[in-house]
Write a new protein. Structure first.
Length: 81
């Protein structure tokens, strides 16, 4: 084994340290997500065919995003077949 592999800091040296570009990007996305949530907390009324529901705006947007992603995944999966 080489000295690089056996040193206690060998793993940190190979992985690029604590602040990798990927970790910085994830942290930035999380900060933007938190800002989005805290800026859109007001209640909105949404009519779903017959019932009317009241929920925070960020939750309504999150639900529609997830539903859109599921529909897009389903359409792409059908196209591949």
């Amino acid at each position: 084994m080489s000295s690089r592999e056996t040193s206690s800091t060998g793993r940190a040296a190979r992985s690029g340290g604590v602040f990798t570009p990927g970790r910085i990007a994830i942290a930035a996305v999380l900060v933007l997500l938190l800002v989005f949530i805290f800026e859109n907390t007001r209640q909105v009324r949404i009519r779903l065919l017959i019932p009317e529901v009241s929920m925070p705006l960020y939750l309504a947007l999150l639900i529609t995003t997830v539903l859109g992603a599921v529909c897009g995944y389903y359409a792409a999966a059908r196209r591949r077949k």
